[in-house]
Design a protein around this ligand. Structure first.
Ligand code: F6R
Length: 602
Protein backbone atom coordinates (compact mmCIF):
# COMPACT_ATOMS: atom_id res chain seq x y z
CA UNK A 1 0.00 0.00 0.00
CA UNK A 2 1.04 3.64 0.12
CA UNK A 3 4.46 4.35 1.58
CA UNK A 4 5.95 7.56 2.96
CA UNK A 5 9.58 8.57 3.30
CA UNK A 6 11.10 11.96 4.16
CA UNK A 7 14.45 13.39 5.17
CA UNK A 8 15.85 16.72 6.26
CA UNK A 9 19.58 16.96 6.84
CA UNK A 10 22.97 18.05 5.61
CA UNK A 11 23.31 15.95 2.45
CA UNK A 12 21.54 14.22 -0.41
CA UNK A 13 17.99 14.45 0.91
CA UNK A 14 16.37 13.40 -2.37
CA UNK A 15 18.59 10.32 -2.74
CA UNK A 16 17.91 9.30 0.84
CA UNK A 17 14.17 9.68 0.43
CA UNK A 18 14.28 7.77 -2.87
CA UNK A 19 16.47 4.95 -1.51
CA UNK A 20 14.07 4.57 1.39
CA UNK A 21 11.15 4.42 -1.07
CA UNK A 22 12.90 1.56 -2.83
CA UNK A 23 12.82 -0.40 0.42
CA UNK A 24 9.04 0.10 0.53
CA UNK A 25 8.44 -1.03 -3.04
CA UNK A 26 7.59 -4.58 -1.98
CA UNK A 27 4.45 -3.30 -0.28
CA UNK A 28 2.83 -2.81 -3.69
CA UNK A 29 2.14 0.52 -5.41
CA UNK A 30 1.09 1.91 -8.76
CA UNK A 31 2.90 5.27 -8.87
CA UNK A 32 5.71 7.01 -7.04
CA UNK A 33 6.99 10.53 -6.56
CA UNK A 34 9.43 12.77 -4.80
CA UNK A 35 9.71 16.49 -3.98
CA UNK A 36 12.88 18.08 -2.69
CA UNK A 37 14.25 21.51 -1.89
CA UNK A 38 17.49 22.56 -3.53
CA UNK A 39 19.76 24.99 -1.61
CA UNK A 40 18.90 27.80 -4.07
CA UNK A 41 15.26 27.53 -3.01
CA UNK A 42 14.09 25.86 -6.22
CA UNK A 43 12.13 22.61 -6.09
CA UNK A 44 12.67 19.21 -7.62
CA UNK A 45 9.28 17.54 -8.16
CA UNK A 46 9.08 14.24 -10.06
CA UNK A 47 6.33 11.65 -10.33
CA UNK A 48 6.17 8.44 -12.31
CA UNK A 49 4.12 5.38 -13.17
CA UNK A 50 7.30 3.49 -14.06
CA UNK A 51 8.49 2.54 -10.60
CA UNK A 52 10.80 4.05 -8.02
CA UNK A 53 13.82 3.22 -10.19
CA UNK A 54 12.61 5.82 -12.70
CA UNK A 55 12.95 8.52 -10.02
CA UNK A 56 16.67 7.71 -9.82
CA UNK A 57 17.12 9.38 -13.19
CA UNK A 58 15.82 12.69 -11.84
CA UNK A 59 17.48 12.41 -8.45
CA UNK A 60 20.72 11.10 -9.94
CA UNK A 61 21.18 14.24 -12.00
CA UNK A 62 21.52 16.32 -8.83
CA UNK A 63 24.97 16.73 -7.25
CA UNK A 64 25.20 14.55 -4.13
CA UNK A 65 24.66 17.38 -1.65
CA UNK A 66 22.24 19.47 -3.66
CA UNK A 67 19.06 18.78 -1.69
CA UNK A 68 18.54 19.23 2.02
CA UNK A 69 14.88 18.34 2.51
CA UNK A 70 12.79 15.80 0.59
CA UNK A 71 9.59 13.80 0.78
CA UNK A 72 8.76 10.65 -1.17
CA UNK A 73 5.72 8.46 -1.71
CA UNK A 74 4.57 5.23 -3.28
CA UNK A 75 0.84 5.38 -4.05
CA UNK A 76 -1.66 2.52 -4.14
CA UNK A 77 -4.75 4.16 -5.62
CA UNK A 78 -7.95 4.29 -3.58
CA UNK A 79 -9.45 7.67 -4.61
CA UNK A 80 -8.75 8.78 -8.16
CA UNK A 81 -7.29 6.83 -11.07
CA UNK A 82 -3.71 5.70 -11.39
CA UNK A 83 -1.98 8.60 -13.16
CA UNK A 84 1.13 10.72 -12.82
CA UNK A 85 -0.99 13.76 -11.93
CA UNK A 86 -2.63 11.88 -9.05
CA UNK A 87 0.69 10.61 -7.71
CA UNK A 88 2.08 12.25 -4.56
CA UNK A 89 3.70 14.59 -3.58
CA UNK A 90 0.73 16.87 -4.25
CA UNK A 91 1.28 20.59 -4.54
CA UNK A 92 -0.54 23.68 -3.19
CA UNK A 93 -1.69 26.58 -5.41
CA UNK A 94 1.54 28.54 -4.94
CA UNK A 95 4.04 25.73 -5.64
CA UNK A 96 5.50 26.18 -2.15
CA UNK A 97 4.01 23.29 -0.16
CA UNK A 98 4.11 19.61 -1.08
CA UNK A 99 2.35 16.81 0.76
CA UNK A 100 2.52 13.02 0.94
CA UNK A 101 -0.39 11.22 2.58
CA UNK A 102 -1.28 7.65 3.54
CA UNK A 103 -4.87 6.88 4.59
CA UNK A 104 -8.28 8.09 3.51
CA UNK A 105 -9.94 11.48 4.06
CA UNK A 106 -13.64 10.70 4.52
CA UNK A 107 -14.84 14.31 4.27
CA UNK A 108 -12.64 15.24 1.29
CA UNK A 109 -15.58 16.20 -0.96
CA UNK A 110 -17.03 18.71 1.51
CA UNK A 111 -13.59 20.19 2.24
CA UNK A 112 -12.78 20.45 -1.46
CA UNK A 113 -16.00 22.36 -2.12
CA UNK A 114 -15.22 24.76 0.72
CA UNK A 115 -11.60 25.28 -0.40
CA UNK A 116 -12.61 25.84 -4.03
CA UNK A 117 -15.12 28.40 -2.77
CA UNK A 118 -12.23 30.13 -0.98
CA UNK A 119 -10.29 30.33 -4.26
CA UNK A 120 -8.02 27.26 -4.12
CA UNK A 121 -7.25 25.55 -7.43
CA UNK A 122 -7.20 21.75 -7.37
CA UNK A 123 -5.05 19.78 -9.81
CA UNK A 124 -6.38 16.29 -9.03
CA UNK A 125 -9.42 14.36 -7.87
CA UNK A 126 -7.43 12.78 -5.04
CA UNK A 127 -8.77 13.09 -1.49
CA UNK A 128 -5.25 13.82 -0.18
CA UNK A 129 -5.04 17.09 -2.08
CA UNK A 130 -7.34 18.82 0.39
CA UNK A 131 -4.58 18.51 3.01
CA UNK A 132 -2.04 20.62 1.14
CA UNK A 133 -4.62 23.35 0.48
CA UNK A 134 -5.71 23.31 4.14
CA UNK A 135 -2.08 23.77 5.22
CA UNK A 136 -1.70 26.55 2.66
CA UNK A 137 -4.78 28.24 4.10
CA UNK A 138 -3.51 27.89 7.67
CA UNK A 139 0.01 29.14 6.94
CA UNK A 140 0.22 32.83 7.72
CA UNK A 141 3.10 35.03 8.83
CA UNK A 142 4.01 33.99 12.36
CA UNK A 143 2.44 30.54 12.02
CA UNK A 144 5.04 27.80 11.66
CA UNK A 145 4.63 24.82 9.37
CA UNK A 146 3.91 22.48 12.30
CA UNK A 147 1.14 24.72 13.64
CA UNK A 148 -0.32 25.12 10.16
CA UNK A 149 -0.40 21.34 9.74
CA UNK A 150 -1.90 20.88 13.22
CA UNK A 151 -4.62 23.39 12.28
CA UNK A 152 -5.22 21.73 8.90
CA UNK A 153 -5.83 18.26 10.32
CA UNK A 154 -8.46 19.53 12.76
CA UNK A 155 -10.73 19.79 9.68
CA UNK A 156 -10.16 16.18 8.59
CA UNK A 157 -12.06 13.03 9.35
CA UNK A 158 -10.64 9.67 8.34
CA UNK A 159 -7.10 8.40 8.73
CA UNK A 160 -3.79 9.94 7.82
CA UNK A 161 -0.04 9.88 8.03
CA UNK A 162 1.15 13.11 6.44
CA UNK A 163 4.46 14.81 5.78
CA UNK A 164 4.54 18.34 4.37
CA UNK A 165 7.55 20.00 2.78
CA UNK A 166 7.83 23.78 2.69
CA UNK A 167 10.06 24.10 -0.36
CA UNK A 168 10.79 27.75 0.39
CA UNK A 169 12.18 27.27 3.93
CA UNK A 170 13.11 23.58 3.68
CA UNK A 171 11.09 22.78 6.81
CA UNK A 172 9.21 19.50 7.17
CA UNK A 173 6.17 18.82 9.33
CA UNK A 174 4.56 15.45 9.97
CA UNK A 175 1.52 14.13 11.78
CA UNK A 176 -0.47 10.92 12.01
CA UNK A 177 -3.94 9.74 12.95
CA UNK A 178 -4.85 6.08 12.53
CA UNK A 179 -2.03 5.44 10.07
CA UNK A 180 1.59 4.59 10.98
CA UNK A 181 4.45 7.08 10.86
CA UNK A 182 7.85 6.95 12.53
CA UNK A 183 10.59 9.52 13.05
CA UNK A 184 14.31 8.87 13.53
CA UNK A 185 17.52 10.87 13.78
CA UNK A 186 20.93 9.85 12.49
CA UNK A 187 24.04 11.61 11.18
CA UNK A 188 22.66 15.08 11.86
CA UNK A 189 19.51 14.44 9.83
CA UNK A 190 15.89 13.54 10.58
CA UNK A 191 13.97 10.78 8.79
CA UNK A 192 10.27 10.00 8.57
CA UNK A 193 8.84 6.75 7.21
CA UNK A 194 5.61 4.82 7.29
CA UNK A 195 7.52 1.57 7.90
CA UNK A 196 10.76 1.01 9.80
CA UNK A 197 12.03 -1.20 6.98
CA UNK A 198 12.40 1.94 4.82
CA UNK A 199 15.12 3.40 7.02
CA UNK A 200 16.39 0.33 8.89
CA UNK A 201 19.89 0.44 7.35
CA UNK A 202 20.27 4.15 8.20
CA UNK A 203 19.15 4.39 11.83
CA UNK A 204 19.46 2.39 15.05
CA UNK A 205 16.41 3.71 16.89
CA UNK A 206 13.16 5.40 16.03
CA UNK A 207 10.12 7.03 17.62
CA UNK A 208 6.51 6.31 16.72
CA UNK A 209 4.10 9.24 16.27
CA UNK A 210 1.02 8.73 18.41
CA UNK A 211 -2.31 9.95 17.02
CA UNK A 212 -2.25 13.74 16.54
CA UNK A 213 1.41 14.25 17.46
CA UNK A 214 3.00 16.84 15.17
CA UNK A 215 6.74 16.87 14.50
CA UNK A 216 8.26 19.91 12.83
CA UNK A 217 11.84 19.82 11.55
CA UNK A 218 13.81 22.93 10.58
CA UNK A 219 17.39 24.10 11.02
CA UNK A 220 17.00 23.73 14.80
CA UNK A 221 16.16 20.00 14.48
CA UNK A 222 12.89 18.19 15.28
CA UNK A 223 10.31 19.68 17.68
CA UNK A 224 7.30 17.73 18.93
CA UNK A 225 3.90 19.43 19.35
CA UNK A 226 0.55 18.26 20.51
CA UNK A 227 -2.68 20.27 20.41
CA UNK A 228 -0.81 23.53 19.89
CA UNK A 229 1.64 23.04 22.80
CA UNK A 230 5.03 21.38 22.70
CA UNK A 231 5.36 17.82 24.00
CA UNK A 232 8.22 15.50 24.84
CA UNK A 233 9.37 13.27 22.01
CA UNK A 234 7.92 9.74 22.28
CA UNK A 235 10.10 6.90 23.57
CA UNK A 236 12.77 5.30 21.44
CA UNK A 237 12.35 1.86 19.88
CA UNK A 238 15.36 -0.11 18.66
CA UNK A 239 15.21 -1.08 14.99
CA UNK A 240 14.31 -4.80 15.19
CA UNK A 241 17.24 -7.07 14.34
CA UNK A 242 14.99 -9.04 11.99
CA UNK A 243 14.21 -5.87 9.96
CA UNK A 244 17.54 -6.36 8.20
CA UNK A 245 17.29 -10.10 7.59
CA UNK A 246 15.84 -10.14 4.08
CA UNK A 247 15.79 -13.58 2.45
CA UNK A 248 18.43 -14.40 -0.09
CA UNK A 249 18.64 -17.51 -2.22
CA UNK A 250 18.80 -19.01 -5.63
CA UNK A 251 15.50 -17.67 -6.98
CA UNK A 252 15.15 -14.42 -8.88
CA UNK A 253 11.90 -13.64 -7.06
CA UNK A 254 11.67 -12.98 -3.33
CA UNK A 255 8.74 -15.35 -2.91
CA UNK A 256 10.81 -18.36 -4.02
CA UNK A 257 13.50 -17.50 -1.50
CA UNK A 258 10.95 -16.87 1.24
CA UNK A 259 9.34 -20.27 0.65
CA UNK A 260 12.75 -21.94 0.85
CA UNK A 261 13.58 -20.09 4.04
CA UNK A 262 10.71 -21.59 6.03
CA UNK A 263 12.62 -24.44 7.75
CA UNK A 264 15.15 -21.84 8.95
CA UNK A 265 12.39 -19.57 10.26
CA UNK A 266 10.81 -22.55 12.03
CA UNK A 267 14.14 -23.30 13.73
CA UNK A 268 14.51 -19.64 14.74
CA UNK A 269 11.04 -19.56 16.31
CA UNK A 270 11.47 -22.86 18.13
CA UNK A 271 14.92 -21.97 19.45
CA UNK A 272 13.54 -18.73 20.84
CA UNK A 273 10.23 -19.94 22.22
CA UNK A 274 10.15 -23.68 22.85
CA UNK A 275 12.30 -23.57 26.04
CA UNK A 276 9.44 -21.62 27.67
CA UNK A 277 6.64 -24.05 26.77
CA UNK A 278 6.76 -27.01 29.17
CA UNK A 279 6.96 -24.94 32.37
CA UNK A 280 4.54 -22.25 31.14
CA UNK A 281 7.27 -19.58 31.33
CA UNK A 282 6.56 -18.24 27.84
CA UNK A 283 2.90 -17.60 28.71
CA UNK A 284 3.57 -16.17 32.16
CA UNK A 285 6.20 -13.83 30.66
CA UNK A 286 3.48 -12.19 28.58
CA UNK A 287 1.76 -10.96 31.74
CA UNK A 288 -1.70 -12.16 30.67
CA UNK A 289 -4.11 -13.95 33.04
CA UNK A 290 -3.82 -17.70 33.49
CA UNK A 291 -6.23 -19.76 31.37
CA UNK A 292 -7.99 -20.53 34.70
CA UNK A 293 -9.38 -16.99 34.41
CA UNK A 294 -10.26 -17.30 30.72
CA UNK A 295 -13.33 -19.09 29.41
CA UNK A 296 -12.88 -18.80 25.66
CA UNK A 297 -10.48 -17.75 22.95
CA UNK A 298 -11.29 -15.53 19.97
CA UNK A 299 -8.70 -15.24 17.21
CA UNK A 300 -9.05 -12.46 14.68
CA UNK A 301 -7.18 -11.49 11.54
CA UNK A 302 -7.49 -11.23 7.76
CA UNK A 303 -6.42 -13.40 4.84
CA UNK A 304 -3.40 -15.57 5.49
CA UNK A 305 -3.10 -14.32 9.06
CA UNK A 306 -6.65 -15.47 9.72
CA UNK A 307 -5.70 -18.91 8.42
CA UNK A 308 -2.71 -18.96 10.78
CA UNK A 309 -5.13 -17.97 13.54
CA UNK A 310 -7.39 -20.91 12.74
CA UNK A 311 -4.43 -23.27 13.11
CA UNK A 312 -3.49 -21.72 16.46
CA UNK A 313 -7.11 -21.87 17.65
CA UNK A 314 -6.90 -25.64 17.05
CA UNK A 315 -4.42 -25.94 19.92
CA UNK A 316 -6.70 -24.19 22.42
CA UNK A 317 -9.75 -26.08 21.12
CA UNK A 318 -8.62 -29.59 20.15
CA UNK A 319 -5.89 -29.96 22.76
CA UNK A 320 -7.09 -27.61 25.51
CA UNK A 321 -10.82 -28.31 25.17
CA UNK A 322 -11.55 -24.57 25.24
CA UNK A 323 -14.34 -22.93 23.22
CA UNK A 324 -12.66 -21.02 20.38
CA UNK A 325 -13.87 -18.73 17.63
CA UNK A 326 -12.00 -17.34 14.66
CA UNK A 327 -13.26 -13.99 13.45
CA UNK A 328 -12.80 -12.25 10.12
CA UNK A 329 -11.54 -8.89 11.36
CA UNK A 330 -13.57 -6.86 8.85
CA UNK A 331 -16.78 -8.48 10.14
CA UNK A 332 -16.19 -8.00 13.86
CA UNK A 333 -17.97 -4.63 14.26
CA UNK A 334 -21.20 -6.08 15.67
CA UNK A 335 -19.70 -8.99 17.57
CA UNK A 336 -21.07 -9.57 21.05
CA UNK A 337 -18.03 -10.00 23.27
CA UNK A 338 -18.36 -12.38 26.17
CA UNK A 339 -16.44 -11.67 29.37
CA UNK A 340 -13.27 -13.65 30.10
CA UNK A 341 -12.39 -13.92 26.41
CA UNK A 342 -8.74 -14.03 25.38
CA UNK A 343 -8.46 -12.16 22.07
CA UNK A 344 -5.53 -13.08 19.84
CA UNK A 345 -5.10 -10.54 17.05
CA UNK A 346 -2.85 -11.80 14.26
CA UNK A 347 -1.26 -9.55 11.65
CA UNK A 348 2.17 -9.80 10.11
CA UNK A 349 2.29 -6.05 9.40
CA UNK A 350 0.52 -5.04 12.60
CA UNK A 351 -1.01 -2.17 10.60
CA UNK A 352 -3.99 -3.86 8.93
CA UNK A 353 -6.81 -1.36 9.33
CA UNK A 354 -9.50 -4.07 9.56
CA UNK A 355 -7.70 -5.64 12.52
CA UNK A 356 -7.22 -2.31 14.29
CA UNK A 357 -10.90 -1.39 13.73
CA UNK A 358 -11.88 -4.80 15.13
CA UNK A 359 -10.06 -3.97 18.36
CA UNK A 360 -12.11 -0.76 18.57
CA UNK A 361 -15.23 -2.90 19.01
CA UNK A 362 -13.90 -4.53 22.18
CA UNK A 363 -15.38 -3.34 25.47
CA UNK A 364 -13.20 -0.72 27.22
CA UNK A 365 -10.50 -2.14 29.49
CA UNK A 366 -11.03 -5.58 28.03
CA UNK A 367 -7.49 -6.33 29.21
CA UNK A 368 -6.64 -9.52 27.39
CA UNK A 369 -5.56 -8.81 23.83
CA UNK A 370 -2.50 -10.69 22.66
CA UNK A 371 -0.94 -9.45 19.41
CA UNK A 372 0.92 -11.91 17.24
CA UNK A 373 2.85 -9.84 14.73
CA UNK A 374 6.00 -9.57 12.69
CA UNK A 375 6.28 -5.88 13.63
CA UNK A 376 6.60 -5.34 17.37
CA UNK A 377 6.54 -1.54 17.10
CA UNK A 378 3.35 -1.57 15.00
CA UNK A 379 0.07 0.06 15.95
CA UNK A 380 -1.38 -3.38 16.74
CA UNK A 381 1.52 -4.17 19.07
CA UNK A 382 1.19 -0.84 20.86
CA UNK A 383 -2.56 -1.24 21.29
CA UNK A 384 -2.44 -4.77 22.72
CA UNK A 385 -1.91 -5.94 26.28
CA UNK A 386 0.85 -8.34 25.26
CA UNK A 387 2.85 -8.90 22.10
CA UNK A 388 4.66 -11.84 20.65
CA UNK A 389 7.12 -11.36 17.80
CA UNK A 390 6.72 -13.84 14.92
CA UNK A 391 10.45 -13.54 14.16
CA UNK A 392 9.97 -14.07 10.42
CA UNK A 393 12.19 -11.14 9.33
CA UNK A 394 11.12 -8.89 6.46
CA UNK A 395 8.85 -10.58 3.95
CA UNK A 396 9.10 -8.86 0.58
CA UNK A 397 6.76 -10.98 -1.53
CA UNK A 398 3.27 -9.53 -1.21
CA UNK A 399 1.80 -13.00 -0.78
CA UNK A 400 2.49 -14.19 2.74
CA UNK A 401 4.54 -17.40 2.99
CA UNK A 402 7.20 -17.43 5.69
CA UNK A 403 5.17 -15.14 7.92
CA UNK A 404 2.35 -17.72 7.80
CA UNK A 405 4.64 -20.50 9.06
CA UNK A 406 6.12 -18.13 11.66
CA UNK A 407 2.66 -17.06 12.86
CA UNK A 408 1.44 -20.64 13.19
CA UNK A 409 4.53 -21.70 15.11
CA UNK A 410 4.72 -18.70 17.45
CA UNK A 411 0.99 -19.05 18.12
CA UNK A 412 1.34 -22.78 18.75
CA UNK A 413 4.24 -22.21 21.19
CA UNK A 414 2.24 -19.61 23.09
CA UNK A 415 -0.88 -21.78 23.16
CA UNK A 416 1.02 -24.85 24.38
CA UNK A 417 2.73 -22.76 27.04
CA UNK A 418 -0.61 -21.29 28.18
CA UNK A 419 -2.04 -24.80 28.52
CA UNK A 420 1.07 -25.97 30.41
CA UNK A 421 0.89 -22.98 32.78
CA UNK A 422 -2.72 -23.89 33.64
CA UNK A 423 -2.00 -27.63 33.63
CA UNK A 424 -4.60 -28.29 30.94
CA UNK A 425 -4.67 -30.86 28.14
CA UNK A 426 -4.27 -34.62 28.10
CA UNK A 427 -0.60 -35.25 28.85
CA UNK A 428 -0.13 -37.93 26.14
CA UNK A 429 -1.61 -35.59 23.52
CA UNK A 430 0.51 -32.68 24.80
CA UNK A 431 3.64 -34.84 24.55
CA UNK A 432 2.72 -35.92 21.00
CA UNK A 433 2.21 -32.26 20.03
CA UNK A 434 5.55 -31.26 21.56
CA UNK A 435 7.30 -33.99 19.56
CA UNK A 436 5.53 -32.86 16.37
CA UNK A 437 6.53 -29.26 17.08
CA UNK A 438 10.20 -30.18 17.48
CA UNK A 439 10.05 -32.13 14.20
CA UNK A 440 8.50 -29.24 12.24
CA UNK A 441 11.68 -27.70 10.75
CA UNK A 442 12.67 -31.10 9.33
CA UNK A 443 9.14 -31.77 8.09
CA UNK A 444 9.14 -28.42 6.27
CA UNK A 445 12.58 -29.12 4.77
CA UNK A 446 11.47 -32.60 3.64
CA UNK A 447 8.37 -31.13 2.00
CA UNK A 448 10.55 -28.67 0.08
CA UNK A 449 12.77 -31.50 -1.17
CA UNK A 450 9.89 -33.82 -2.01
CA UNK A 451 7.71 -31.37 -3.87
CA UNK A 452 10.10 -29.12 -5.81
CA UNK A 453 10.10 -31.28 -8.94
CA UNK A 454 6.50 -32.50 -8.76
CA UNK A 455 5.14 -28.96 -8.27
CA UNK A 456 6.88 -27.71 -11.41
CA UNK A 457 5.42 -30.67 -13.32
CA UNK A 458 1.94 -30.16 -11.85
CA UNK A 459 2.05 -26.51 -12.89
CA UNK A 460 2.95 -27.54 -16.42
CA UNK A 461 0.10 -30.06 -16.45
CA UNK A 462 -2.48 -27.56 -15.18
CA UNK A 463 -1.43 -24.34 -16.86
CA UNK A 464 -4.70 -24.29 -18.80
CA UNK A 465 -7.01 -25.25 -15.94
CA UNK A 466 -9.55 -22.51 -15.37
CA UNK A 467 -10.25 -23.36 -11.75
CA UNK A 468 -9.08 -25.44 -8.82
CA UNK A 469 -10.71 -26.99 -5.76
CA UNK A 470 -8.97 -27.40 -2.42
CA UNK A 471 -10.42 -29.83 0.11
CA UNK A 472 -9.58 -30.77 3.66
CA UNK A 473 -11.11 -31.97 6.86
CA UNK A 474 -10.59 -30.95 10.48
CA UNK A 475 -7.17 -29.47 11.15
CA UNK A 476 -6.24 -29.89 7.46
CA UNK A 477 -8.91 -27.47 6.31
CA UNK A 478 -6.99 -24.25 7.07
CA UNK A 479 -4.13 -25.40 4.87
CA UNK A 480 -6.55 -26.12 2.01
CA UNK A 481 -7.91 -22.60 2.47
CA UNK A 482 -4.40 -21.14 2.48
CA UNK A 483 -3.51 -23.11 -0.66
CA UNK A 484 -6.56 -21.72 -2.47
CA UNK A 485 -5.77 -18.17 -1.35
CA UNK A 486 -2.15 -18.43 -2.55
CA UNK A 487 -3.25 -19.82 -5.90
CA UNK A 488 -5.81 -17.11 -6.64
CA UNK A 489 -3.51 -14.29 -5.45
CA UNK A 490 -0.61 -15.38 -7.63
CA UNK A 491 -2.10 -17.04 -10.71
CA UNK A 492 -5.39 -15.03 -10.93
CA UNK A 493 -7.20 -18.36 -11.46
CA UNK A 494 -10.33 -19.25 -9.55
CA UNK A 495 -9.65 -21.42 -6.53
CA UNK A 496 -12.18 -22.54 -3.94
CA UNK A 497 -11.53 -24.25 -0.62
CA UNK A 498 -14.22 -26.38 1.00
CA UNK A 499 -14.55 -28.84 3.85
CA UNK A 500 -14.41 -32.16 1.98
CA UNK A 501 -17.66 -33.23 3.63
CA UNK A 502 -19.43 -30.32 1.91
CA UNK A 503 -18.54 -31.58 -1.59
CA UNK A 504 -21.80 -33.41 -2.12
CA UNK A 505 -23.77 -30.41 -0.85
CA UNK A 506 -22.79 -28.32 -3.88
CA UNK A 507 -19.16 -27.96 -4.99
CA UNK A 508 -19.18 -31.43 -6.58
CA UNK A 509 -21.12 -29.85 -9.46
CA UNK A 510 -17.88 -28.08 -10.44
CA UNK A 511 -16.00 -31.34 -10.90
CA UNK A 512 -15.67 -32.67 -14.42
CA UNK A 513 -13.05 -34.51 -16.42
CA UNK A 514 -9.61 -33.18 -15.47
CA UNK A 515 -10.73 -30.71 -12.76
CA UNK A 516 -7.71 -30.34 -10.46
CA UNK A 517 -8.65 -31.02 -6.84
CA UNK A 518 -6.01 -30.63 -4.14
CA UNK A 519 -6.74 -32.64 -1.01
CA UNK A 520 -4.87 -31.83 2.19
CA UNK A 521 -4.61 -35.17 3.92
CA UNK A 522 -4.55 -34.82 7.70
CA UNK A 523 -5.06 -38.56 8.16
CA UNK A 524 -8.85 -38.47 8.39
CA UNK A 525 -10.01 -41.81 6.90
CA UNK A 526 -13.20 -40.21 5.51
CA UNK A 527 -11.05 -38.42 2.92
CA UNK A 528 -10.86 -41.69 0.96
CA UNK A 529 -14.61 -41.47 0.32
CA UNK A 530 -14.37 -37.79 -0.62
CA UNK A 531 -11.59 -38.57 -3.06
CA UNK A 532 -13.59 -41.42 -4.59
CA UNK A 533 -16.47 -38.98 -5.20
CA UNK A 534 -14.11 -36.70 -7.13
CA UNK A 535 -12.35 -39.40 -9.17
CA UNK A 536 -15.69 -41.00 -10.09
CA UNK A 537 -16.52 -37.74 -11.91
CA UNK A 538 -13.18 -37.52 -13.72
CA UNK A 539 -11.56 -35.02 -11.32
CA UNK A 540 -7.80 -35.16 -10.96
CA UNK A 541 -6.88 -35.50 -7.28
CA UNK A 542 -3.56 -34.19 -5.98
CA UNK A 543 -3.24 -35.56 -2.49
CA UNK A 544 -0.89 -33.71 -0.13
CA UNK A 545 0.48 -35.38 2.99
CA UNK A 546 -0.80 -38.92 2.56
CA UNK A 547 1.02 -41.76 4.31
CA UNK A 548 1.03 -44.78 2.01
CA UNK A 549 2.17 -48.33 2.70
CA UNK A 550 2.88 -50.46 -0.37
CA UNK A 551 1.77 -54.05 0.30
CA UNK A 552 2.42 -56.38 -2.63
CA UNK A 553 1.84 -53.59 -5.14
CA UNK A 554 -1.32 -52.37 -3.38
CA UNK A 555 -1.19 -48.87 -1.89
CA UNK A 556 -2.71 -48.71 1.61
CA UNK A 557 -3.40 -45.26 3.04
CA UNK A 558 -2.39 -45.20 6.69
CA UNK A 559 -4.61 -43.45 9.18
CA UNK A 560 -2.74 -41.16 11.55
CA UNK A 561 -3.40 -38.34 13.93
CA UNK A 562 -1.46 -35.14 13.41
CA UNK A 563 -0.79 -32.33 15.86
CA UNK A 564 -3.63 -30.13 17.04
CA UNK A 565 -2.63 -27.34 14.59
CA UNK A 566 -2.76 -29.75 11.64
CA UNK A 567 -0.25 -30.69 8.92
CA UNK A 568 1.66 -27.39 8.64
CA UNK A 569 4.17 -28.84 6.15
CA UNK A 570 1.32 -29.36 3.65
CA UNK A 571 1.39 -25.61 2.97
CA UNK A 572 4.80 -25.94 1.29
CA UNK A 573 3.66 -27.78 -1.87
CA UNK A 574 0.61 -25.51 -2.06
CA UNK A 575 2.79 -22.38 -1.95
CA UNK A 576 5.21 -23.93 -4.43
CA UNK A 577 2.47 -24.94 -6.83
CA UNK A 578 0.90 -21.46 -6.74
CA UNK A 579 4.29 -19.89 -7.49
CA UNK A 580 5.18 -22.35 -10.24
CA UNK A 581 1.84 -21.89 -11.97
CA UNK A 582 2.09 -18.10 -11.69
CA UNK A 583 5.60 -18.07 -13.16
CA UNK A 584 4.41 -20.29 -16.01
CA UNK A 585 1.61 -17.78 -16.65
CA UNK A 586 4.15 -14.90 -16.59
CA UNK A 587 2.70 -13.30 -13.46
CA UNK A 588 4.79 -11.12 -11.15
CA UNK A 589 4.86 -13.45 -8.15
CA UNK A 590 6.30 -10.82 -5.82
CA UNK A 591 3.73 -8.16 -6.68
CA UNK A 592 0.40 -9.72 -7.62
CA UNK A 593 -2.00 -7.31 -9.31
CA UNK A 594 -4.34 -5.23 -7.13
CA UNK A 595 -2.78 -6.42 -3.88
CA UNK A 596 -0.65 -4.71 -1.26
CA UNK A 597 1.56 -5.96 1.53
CA UNK A 598 0.16 -3.82 4.28
CA UNK A 599 -3.54 -3.01 3.97
CA UNK A 600 -3.88 0.21 5.91
CA UNK A 601 -7.38 1.14 4.72
CA UNK A 602 -10.53 -0.65 5.86
C1 F6R B 1 -2.11 -13.25 1.56
C2 F6R B 1 -1.87 -12.02 2.25
C3 F6R B 1 -3.02 -11.30 2.85
C4 F6R B 1 -2.66 -10.88 4.29
C5 F6R B 1 -3.78 -9.99 4.87
C6 F6R B 1 -3.50 -9.62 6.30
O1 F6R B 1 -0.95 -13.77 1.01
O2 F6R B 1 -0.76 -11.59 2.34
O3 F6R B 1 -4.16 -12.09 2.85
O4 F6R B 1 -2.48 -12.02 5.05
O5 F6R B 1 -3.89 -8.82 4.10
O6 F6R B 1 -2.31 -8.90 6.41
P1 F6R B 1 -1.58 -8.76 7.80
O7 F6R B 1 -1.05 -10.09 8.18
O8 F6R B 1 -0.51 -7.75 7.58
O9 F6R B 1 -2.62 -8.29 8.78
Amino acid sequence: MCGITAYRGPTAAASRARNALERLEYRGYDSAGIAARRPDGSTMHARTLSGVAALAVVVGEEPADATTAAIGHTRWATHGEVSEANAHPLEDCGGRLYVVHNGIIDNADALRARLVGAGHRFATGVDSEVIVHLVEQAQRPGVGLGDALADAVTHLSGSWAVVVLDARSGALAATAHGSPLICAEAGGGTYFASDVGAIAPEVDEFRVLEDDDVVEVDAAGPRWHRSGGSCRPRGLWPVPRTALLASTGRHRDHMGNEIDEQPLIARRVLEALSPGIADGRLWRGLGLPSLDGIDRVAVLGCGTSLHAGRAVAGVFGRLGGMPTRTLVASEVAHEVWEPRTLVIAISQSGETADVLRALDSLPPRHGTVLALTNNTSSTLARRSDAVIDCLAGPEVGVAATKTFVAQVLTGVCVALSALAAADRGDSACVDADLRALAATPDALAAALDTWRGPCAQLAADHARASGFLFLGRGAGLVYAAEGALKLKELSYRWAEAHPAGELKHGPLALVTTGTPVFVVDNGDPRLDVDIAEVTARGGRVIRIGERVLNVGGVALHLPRTGPSWGPLESVIPLQMFARELALRLHRDVDKPRNLAKSVTVS
